[in-house]
Design a protein around this ligand. Structure first.
Ligand SMILES: Cc1cc2nc3c(=O)[nH]c(=O)nc-3n(C[C@H](O)[C@H](O)[C@H](O)COP(=O)(O)OP(=O)(O)OC[C@H]3O[C@@H](n4cnc5c(N)ncnc54)[C@H](O)[C@@H]3O)c2cc1C
Length: 473
């Protein structure tokens, strides 16, 4: 926990000390339920995706509509409580929970309406991406999102959103048209390019700092089937493959996306001869003309991957390809940075640490920030690193808490070796709870504008359990 958050926590009231009548009165205003530490469901409720997170909130408000969210914000503010917002519960640092405070849980705030004529999608603040893909796919439409279908729409979108469609259609925030929000004073606003434009700018990357988004409206695109999947090379070839990949992808059409990784093949469904071996891999996703697949991938095939599992598949299939390997409840430790190039020093570190991956599920990914994602101005949204070529992330992952230290040290050592060659900051959604300097580095030249908007809409820093932007002085 950062010192700033400790300070905030110390100044807050404890839910344990609230009069029972106050809690009863609050419960009577809700359609959703409260879950308290004495409830049987409490331990289930406080589980998030990262099994390393062990926080004990004082109360969950299971919101089912906007009125519940407004009541929860007013209750939290009037009683001076620490408040966390939980969407899909995927945040690495567990920022959807807080100790002793109030968790405003949006999992019951789900609705999706696809406007086929206008190719737009309206999505609830508590939906997860797999639900969105399921709703849009029958219409041959998709919204750019992340690569695991159980990730929350809320947290991923508000932080930026990188994934298989980034090069073709930009980040998720580049496809956000409108949002409904409940602000710290309990008021309800709609934000878009025409309404509350400062807030609309701030939420396209600034996270949950400015209010609770109860509904998102996205631009969808014509994506039905894609051609993709993994190609693998022995880890010893990492430097050669990375050098070629950088050149190849940055000269490829936007239709082609591929994130590069160092990884271990953990087991089925991969063939047995690959199990527990270290690889440099690329996970491709091509959305262009299927008649051109052979031509587009010729250079990939020429590099003779030892495993090639590309093929045509429905878009939701690539979006769920890794769900089975990464179930909820594993231990996760994250470290991240942006990179503009993959020079020889960087490639050498990837070979070194990729060869030392400590557990079968631990990995390093470099997600391309090129094509359409790079053509948005550096100040057009808070997402400052439009000129970086990659959003890099190192994840130490394992089912056993006994390996928590091992995966954490590997992650930190890998990151320490690469950080001097990075752009200096990281994608906020790929960070743990790393303190103010890292948040500032993440927003770079856009931080001051975010801090001014924060001061206007949340001067008391009511929404503080996030990659926190401090209200400007
Ligand atoms: C396995 C895995 C794969 C991932 N893959 C990708 C990927 O491919 N691309 C990518 O960009 N990111 C990816 N991420 C990172 C992901 O974007 C972040 O973890 C994000 O915070 C998850 O959002 P959530 O709603 O599930 O999280 P939560 O833990 O529920 O919330 C995190 C924070 O988001 C804010 N928040 C959530 N919902 C709302 C809302 N409706 N209104 C206001 N604030 C809200 C709150 O501040 C909250 O503290 C991945 C994460 C995991 C664990």
């Amino acid at each position: 926990m950062s010192s700033i958050q400790c300070k905030t926590t110390a100044m807050k009231n404890s839910i344990k000390e609230l009069a029972e009548s106050k809690i009863d009165d609050f419960a009577s205003q809700l359609r959703g339920k409260l879950v308290m530490p004495s409830d049987e469901r409490y331990d289930q409720e406080r589980k998030v995706y990262n099994g390393m997170i062990d926080k004990r909130p004082g109360m969950f408000v299971k919101c089912v509509d906007v009125a519940d969210v407004m009541a929860a914000v007013n209750f939290g503010r009037d009683n001076n409580l620490l408040v966390a917002i939980r969407g899909g519960g995927h945040n690495g640092g567990g920022l959807g929970l807080c100790d002793d405070g109030l968790v405003i849980d949006l999992a019951g705030l789900k609705f999706i309406r696809v406007d086929v004529a206008n190719k737009t999608v309206r999505v609830g603040g508590g939906n997860i991406w797999g639900e969105v893909d399921h709703a849009t796919h029958p219409f041959g439409l998709a919204v750019p999102a992340g690569i695991i279908s159980t990730t929350g729409v809320g947290g991923l979108t508000l932080g930026g959103g990188v994934g298989h469609l980034s090069r073709k259609y930009g980040l998720t925030i580049d496809n956000l048209l409108e949002a409904d929000m409940v602000l710290a004073d309990g008021s309800f606003v709609t934000v878009s390019a025409n309404e509350n434009t400062d807030l609309f700018w701030a939420i396209r990357g600034g996270g949950g700092n400015f209010g609770i988004v109860t509904s998102f409206k996205f631009q969808a695109h014509d994506v039905k089937n894609v051609f993709g999947g993994p190609t693998l090379w022995p880890i010893e070839k990492t430097e050669e493959i990375m050098e070629w990949y950088h050149e190849f992808l940055n000269n490829a059409p936007d239709d082609l996306n591929g994130f590069i990784a160092t990884m271990v093949i953990p087991g089925p469904p991969f063939p047995e001869h690959l199990h527990n071996k270290h690889f440099c891999g690329i996970i491709w996703c091509y959305t262009g003309d299927m008649a051109k697949v052979e031509e587009v991938f010729k250079s990939v095939v020429d590099k003779n991957p030892v495993f090639d599992h590309r093929g045509e598949m429905p878009y939701p299939a690539i979006q769920t390809l890794f769900d089975g390997l990464m179930p909820p409840g594993l231990q996760w430790y994250w470290k991240a940075d942006f990179f503009t190039e993959l020079g020889p020093e960087i490639r050498a570190q990837h070979l070194k640490f990729g060869s030392k991956i400590p557990t079968p599920l631990s990995q390093m990914h470099l997600y391309p920030i090129s094509g359409a994602a790079s053509r948005v101005g550096k100040e057009d949204t808070p997402w400052a690193y439009r000129d970086a070529k990659y959003a890099g992330v190192i994840v130490g992952v394992d089912p056993s808490p006994e390996n928590a230290a091992k995966i954490t040290y590997w992650c930190k050592d890998y990151w320490n070796a690469l950080h001097p060659y990075s752009s200096g900051g990281a994608y906020s959604n790929f960070m743990m709870n790393e303190g103010q300097e890292r948040v500032k580095a993440s927003y770079k030249h856009n931080y001051d504008r975010l801090a001014k908007i924060k001061k206007e809409y949340d001067p008391s820093n009511f929404f503080s359990v996030n990659q926190n932007i401090q209200p400007s002085d």
